[in-house]
Structure formats: structure tokens, C-alpha cells
Ligand binder design. Structure first.
Ligand code: NDP
Ligand code: PYC
Length: 342
């Protein structure tokens, strides 16, 4: 449920969300291809009621552009490294265009070899991962994506930021319009969600963060100034560390700590890498892909038998609502965007 549920909203159609995002990003200086790629994921986030990665992100995008270190128009360089590996150098621009340009080759490789990887390097990253996962499942492959961020999150047993909020997302293609997708931060929650609590003047639950002295806090501001915590204690901490390694040194890119050092107080989006893996069920499953797909469907049906919902079901319901009736953007966020003067 939205943290702004009791506050004033502004009604916008999906097209208006896209047009506003595109206009602001172009006015701030982004090239049209980068602005449109970013506007697409911001619009998708707002549409699916993923508040931490919808319109809320626009002022942060503009702050990143204004930091002066990001390329506003670099064309990604796509390298066909080996039969199972594509590398996309974003050249210090946003990650999204690099993903869009490299995804077709990733899928082609997965469908030839069975499993393939896309490495994105040198990218500024502000987006949710599920829009990328959905673009891959639409093409019939299962997919796993991970990236890191800035070192805002204490490791289990620690009290100071070291790890990123490090999201991991997985998708499995299904018959019908919607794949199975989960996508979450390995911190208790995305940092964007803590910021939204701060903007809305709401407390955060215990377990999301500690203050600058390392004491548990329910103040969003204190947690933003202190450190966030991982989900699931040592388990989230280990998973987050794996993401640091797999989307950092493994692919020759920065860790969250190094991304924060690169930022040097700019408060821009993190700059690092992203790893995306694609798996072709037809090759990996051997003999009878249809039977394997049916067994996966039986697993999903068993969730419904217990009235347990699958991840993304809330999001797909929100999408249907938004496509039919538009979105209700919190006025406080809308006003922040207008205040950018773009
Ligand atoms: P949540 O803790 O809300 O978890 C989101 C995932 O869990 C979704 O797949 C969601 O599905 C599913 N889920 C939530 N509740 C249930 C439930 N009761 N039963 C089954 N599934 C459930 O989100 P986070 O705050 O951890 O992350 C939000 C977004 O932030 C992600 O999209 C992530 O990619 C993004 N992010 C991006 C970062 C970056 O560096 N680029 C860093 C950190 C986060 P549903 O949506 O249907 O509720
Ligand atoms: O919400 O943690 C977050 C986040 C970091 C980078 C983009 N989103």
C-alpha cells in the first residue's frame, strides 16, 4: 500500500507519465534515445505501482545528469565476446540503452548455446530490474539479473554501510501474458522506499535500518544517514555479497563501495556494472520442453491451491488498473518534478 495513501494525488494517464518523463530528461540534457529508454522504465514503474522506481526517480535522474560526470549521449558499444558472452560498454551513460541494444544478441546466444550472459559495464543505474527481465521472458528465455548500488547497507553483524541495496531478479516464461517474475533488493527494502517514507513523513518498520550510531531506528531520515540492513540477516548479507562479486569484480566493474567513492558526494545514481544471464528451457531441459513447461505450471497452480500469491501478481493487477484508468501520482512528488524548472 502506498506510503502516500492519505495524501493529495495528481491524476495522469500513462502517456502523460511518459511524456513528462521524456520532456524533463531531454530538457535536462539527455539524448533522445537515452531519455526515451529511461522514460519507458519510469513509466512502467509508475504504471505497476512500484513507487520506489516510478516518477519518484525523475529528480534523482536530473541530479545525476547535473553531477557532470555522466555521459548524456554515449552510444553503447556492444561486443560479441564469445559464443555465450555479450559485453555492452555503456560508456558512463545510463544502463538502459545498453541493455536494449544488447538484449537481442543475448537471447540469440542463449537459444544457440543454452545459457548466455550479458555483461553491462560502466553504467549509471537507477532502475528496477523487472522491465529487463520481462523483455527477456517475452522472447522465451528464463533470466536472472543482478546489479549493485552505493554502499548504503551494513553487512550482517556490522553497523556501517558496505554493501549496496543490490537487487536480484528472476523471470520464467509462461503461457499467457504474464511471466513468473520476482525482483527485490537484498537490503530489507529498496533505498527508494526509505526515501519515500522520509518524504511522506512516515516512520519505517524496525529492521530496515540503523542510525549513525548503529542503533535500531524507525526514523527514515536517521536510517538514510546511518545504514540500511539486509533482508534475512546473514542470508541476505551473503546474497548481497555474491552480487557485489558477480556484478563487480567478476565482470571487471566497481563494487558498491567503489561506486560510492567514485560518486564523491555528488549524490548521483550509482555507477558500476550489471550481470544478466539468460537460459533457454528448450536446450537446457533436453527431451520434452512442453512436459517441462507443464510441470512448472503445476508448481504455480499449487500456490493458487493454497491462496498463496506469486510475486508480480500485485504488479500485474496494478498494471491492468493503470492501463484502464491512469495513475494517481503523489502531489508532493509531482511538485518536486515541476520544481526542477524543466
Ligand atoms: P519488495 O520488498 O516489495 O519486493 C518486491 C518483490 O517481492 C516483487 O517481486 C513483489 O511482487 C514480491 N512480493 C512482495 N510481497 C509479496 C508477497 N506477499 N507474496 C509474494 N511476492 C511478494 O521490493 P524491494 O523494495 O526489495 O525492491 C523494489 C524494487 O527496487 C525492485 O524492482 C528492485 O529492482 C529495485 N531496486 C533497484 C536497485 C538498483 O540499484 N537499480 C537497488 C534496489 C532495488 P509484487 O511487485 O507483485 O508485489
Ligand atoms: O532504491 O536502492 C534503491 C536504488 C538504488 C539505485 C536505484 N535504486
Amino acid at each position: 500500500m502506498s506510503v502516500f495513501r492519505d495524501q493529495e494525488t495528481v491524476d495522469l494517464s500513462i502517456q502523460e507519465v511518459f511524456d513528462l518523463s521524456r520532456r524533463v530528461l531531454i530538457a535536462a540534457g539527455l539524448s533522445v534515445p537515452h531519455a526515451e529508454a529511461a522514460a519507458r522504465v519510469i513509466t512502467a514503474g509508475e504504471r505497476d505501482e512500484c513507487a520506489s522506481h516510478g516518477l519518484y526517480r525523475l529528480p534523482g535522474c536530473v541530479m545525476t545528469i547535473r553531477s557532470g560526470k555522466m555521459s548524456l549521449d554515449a552510444e553503447p558499444v556492444i561486443e560479441d565476446v564469445s559464443p555465450a558472452l555479450v559485453r555492452a560498454d555503456a560508456r558512463r551513460a545510463y544502463s538502459l540503452l545498453a541493455f536494449e541494444r544488447a538484449a537481442p544478441l543475448l537471447v540469440e546466444k542463449a537459444k544457440t548455446v543454452g545459457v548466455a550472459a550479458l555483461v553491462i559495464n560502466n553504467c549509471y543505474h537507477f532502475s528496477a530490474l523487472w522491465p529487463e527481465i520481462e523483455q527477456l521472458t517475452e522472447r522465451g528465455v528464463a533470466a536472472l539479473a543482478m546489479t549493485l548500488s552505493h554502499s548504503w547497507v551494513a553487512p550482517a553483524g556490522g553497523k556501517k554501510g558496505l554493501l549496496g541495496t543490490n537487487p536480484i531478479a528472476f523471470g520464467w516464461p509462461r503461457p499467457g501474458p504474464h511471466p513468473y517474475v520476482f525482483d527485490f533488493a537484498t537490503s530489507a527494502v529498496a533505498r527508494g522506499d526509505v526515501s519515500l517514507h522520509d518524504i511522506a513523513g512516515k516512520p519505517i518498520p524496525e529492521g530496515w535500518g540503523v542510525d549513525a550510531e548503529g542503533q535500531s531506528t524507525t526514523s527514515a531520515r536517521a536510517a538514510l544517514d546511518g545504514a540500511m540492513l539486509t533482508f534475512g540477516g546473514h542470508k541476505g548479507s551473503a546474497l548481497s555479497t555474491m552480487i557485489e562479486l558477480m556484478a563487480g569484480p567478476l565482470i571487471g566493474d566497481l563494487t558498491s563501495r567503489e561506486s560510492m567513492a567514485f560518486d564523491d558526494g555528488d549524490k548521483a545514481a550509482p555507477m558500476h556494472g550489471e550481470l544478466i544471464l539468460a537460459f533457454d528451457p528448450a536446450i537446457m531441459g533436453g527431451g520434452d520442453p512442453a512436459a517441462n513447461a507443464a510441470r512448472a505450471e503445476a508448481l504455480f497452480a499449487a500456490f493458487a491451491d493454497q491462496d498463496a500469491r506469486l510475486p508480480s501478481e500485485r504488479r500485474y493487477a496494478a498494471r491492468a488498473r493503470s492501463l484502464a484508468r491512469g495513475v494517481h501520482a503523489p502531489k508532493v512528488l509531482y511538485d518536486q518534478i515541476l520544481a526542477l524548472g524543466l
